[in-house]
Design a protein. Structure first.
Length: 279
């Protein structure tokens, strides 16, 4: 097996942690970013020279540029860049504070964009590379109570899909990963709730709040299995455009796309009626 070098944002927990552990165990090199260095001291003690770590907050664009630059400089060649770090913000749109909105978009959307933008010159110079962007089932469909989280994920999917066409001539493959629920700390530990407006107890958005507050709903996906598939995808050529993980993600996305296509087909005559008569 060829040793690869990976740059992964957010390796302290969740998918990032699982990915780092699997890669390090098989002998790959990992450049990982965290907000709290202590969270990965155990990995550093166990894998030492295979693991390069740096502190990074994705809301800090200058820091993103410096950390990505340092990673490529220190490791020489990075084969795969994984945009994993992020979190969920939930609550009705009216309940969200301005600060929460900014932080969600700066982390999930702008931060991910800037990681990719900073990595691209290095990948082009190498003449090859892969980018894996972690999204979610919520990047293809939307649930009440998740408006800003969906805004960040629909936004990053649009950005990444455009980029994948732009960089294809440079032998850079790009993949969007859309997991469903998984047994990580995402839902009940890292997710954040907006302040409550009592009137929204009558809204479907309240159901999302109740799920997070009760912290009892089970998650279907096995994060270790999901991460193994993400890792294996790097061996596929061409890179898969999207990978859906989890039966809940499959059925939810399938329903959303089917309904969207049916609605589009129903508007065909209307759409064509607005064309100019000039040929």
């Amino acid at each position: 097996m060829t040793q690869r070098t990976w740059l992964i944002t957010g390796i302290s927990s969740g998918f990032g942690r699982h990915m780092a552990e699997q890669l390090l165990e098989r002998g790959d090199r990992v450049a990982g970013t965290v907000r709290n260095m202590e969270a990965v001291y155990d990995l550093k003690a166990k894998y030492d020279e295979l693991l390069w770590i740096s502190k990074l907050d994705l809301t800090d664009t200058p820091a993103i540029r410096q950390v990505v630059k340092n990673a490529f400089h220190s490791l020489g060649h990075i084969d795969v860049v994984v945009n994993n770090a992020g979190y969920g913000l939930f609550g009705a749109a009216e309940e969200l504070t301005d600060e929460q909105i900014r932080h969600q978009l700066e982390t999930n959307l702008i931060g991910s964009i800037q990681v990719i933008r900073e990595a691209l010159p290095h990948l082009r110079a190498q003449g090859n590379g892969r980018i894996i962007q972690l999204s979610t089932v919520g990047g293809q469909t939307a649930f009440p109570g998740g408006s800003m989280y969906h805004a960040s994920k629909w936004g990053i999917e649009g950005f990444v899909e455009s980029v994948m066409y732009e960089v294809a001539p440079f032998n850079i493959g790009v993949t969007i990963v859309e997991p469903g629920s998984a047994s990580t700390n995402f839902r009940y530990q890292s997710s954040k709730l907006a302040p409550k407006i009592d009137d929204y107890e009558a809204s479907p958005a309240f159901h999302t709040r109740r799920i997070l507050e009760e912290a009892k709903a089970p998650s279907l996906g096995d994060p270790a299995k999901m991460v193994a598939i993400m890792i294996e995808s790097v061996d596929q050529n061409p890179a898969p455009k999207r990978i859906v993980l989890g039966s809940d993600a499959f059925y939810t996305i399938h329903k959303a796309l089917t309904e969207r296509l049916a609605a589009l087909e129903a508007q065909k005559d209307l759409a064509f009626s607005t064309d100019s008569s000039i040929k």
